[in-house]
Design a protein around this ligand. Structure first.
Ligand code: ADP
Ligand code: GN1
Ligand code: MG
Length: 367
């Protein structure tokens, strides 16, 4: 009988790889994609590749995801100094960017970023600065890329008012009878509803431009050099779409400027770390290198709070709907995740003035 690993191997062999596949095993711990590390051997050298299944539940039109990635990586490649600085799609043997398996799932392959690490929890301000610099540089490098040539692969991905609407529907449907036990969390989210349109309103005023954005700027989506700890490469490009720089900034803060994991059960361990916020602000603005507009820079704290509460409501929505979106390891997993996000929001609100001051300080003449 064909095992899962045999299946991965047969998928890998359909790409233009060098050598014979000697192993193909599950790798990494993302919430969305299935990631496989493929090792090949041509008798002289072993090589590694990353094979990934695009999640068809999340991305309803996976071909469009591949189209976006193909365009953006080609654009970035011209600006990169080495192959460790950019993801490259490995073509299939028939010259395409993906294969389709018998169940209709799309698989693509990338070069493996060698001698690198990525961080699920950030402890060191220098590491976080590096992640920030990488995402800032990503923004700067893509500033002349025409955003309107990209597909919106998950419509309204970071449209918080729409996310809030979906949350309210999940609360009223209460499909799994879970709402009663999370009344406190529901109230926390509904009591802040005036905030949710702040970024969209800023765009309407002309204060917040639409750019090419990554949309999933967690620290574990930047590979750092294992030895120097310098940022090498931004990965996980599936959600590249038109969006706001401040939400890219904000999602990174939500995930990385916390003292605990996104799914820490003990809320006493979860704090918003203002020093990490400062390090990221400094690194991001340095990476952007003066290419953001002043009104946009001043909205960075709003981006942080928006992404954190939005993610909290997404986790809670999924919990109320029976855990159909995010991968979960146990029944309360999404609720645990939602609670960490709400705790961080509360602490951001307590440190709001300091967040605003920090942005002003590092923006220098740009704000
Ligand atoms: P997900 O969307 O599930 O988070 P990612 O693309 O982020 O998927 O991949 C999951 C993990 O696999 C990453 O956190 C990283 O550890 C590893 N990884 C992904 N792409 C590469 C690559 N090109 N080189 C080395 N490691 C990679
Ligand atoms: C998902 O794929 P991964 O684990 O990097 C999600 C993000 C959430 C994140 C929460 C396409 O990201 O939006 O912020 O989980 N990606 C998608 O950890 O929904
Ligand atoms: Mg990832």
């Amino acid at each position: 009988m064909e095992t899962r690993n045999d299946f991965f191997k047969s998928c890998a062999e359909r790409f233009e790889i060098t050598g014979r596949v000697i192993s193909a095993d599950n790798y990494g711990n993302g919430h969305i994609n299935d990631t496989v590390k493929v090792v090949t051997d041509d008798g002289e050298k072993q090589r590694r590749y990353i094979l990934q299944k695009v999640n068809g539940n999340v991305f309803k039109k996976p071909e469009q995801v591949l189209s976006n990635i193909e365009k953006v990586t080609a654009f970035l490649k011209v600006r990169a100094n080495s192959e460790r600085e950019v993801l490259s799609l490995i073509p299939t043997k028939d010259g395409k960017t993906y294969i389709k398996d018998d169940d209709g799932n799309l698989w693509r392959m990338y070069n493996f970023i060698e001698d690198s690490v990525c961080l699920d929890i950030v402890e060191d301000e220098r590491d976080f600065y590096e992640c920030a610099f990488a995402f800032g540089k990503f923004q700067r490098d893509l500033r002349h890329f025409p955003a309107d040539t990209l597909y919106e692969t998950i419509p309204n991905f970071h449209n918080t008012p729409i996310r809030f609407g979906a949350f309210l529907s999940a609360v009223s449907a209460d499909k799994c009878g879970r709402a009663e036990n999370v009344r406190k969390e529901i109230d926390f989210i509904t009591s802040r509803q005036d905030f949710y349109s702040v970024l969209i309103d800023a765009e309407a005023r002309g204060d917040l431009p639409v750019r090419v954005t990554h949309n999933d700027t967690k620290s574990n989506n930047v590979m750092l050099d294992k030895t120097t700890r310098k940022a090498l490469c931004v990965i996980d490009l599936d959600t590249i779409m038109p969006g706001y720089s401040v939400t890219d900034f904000g999602d990174a803060i939500r995930f990385g400027a916390s003292t605990a994991a996104e799914d820490e059960k003990d809320l006493d361990k979860v704090h918003f770390n203002i020093d990490l916020f400062k390090a990221y602000t400094k690194g991001y603005l340095a990476g952007c290198d003066g290419k953001l507009i002043p009104t946009e820079i001043m909205l960075l704290p709003e981006g942080a709070k928006m992404m954190t509460i939005e993610c909290g409501m997404r986790f809670l929505t999924d919990y109320l709907e029976g855990d159909t979106y995010f991968k979960t390891a146990y029944p309360e997993h999404n609720l645990v995740r939602a609670r960490t996000q709400l705790k961080l929001v509360r602490e951001m609100e307590e440190q709001w003035d300091e967040m605003k001051r920090t942005v002003k300080q590092y923006a220098g003449g740009n704000a």
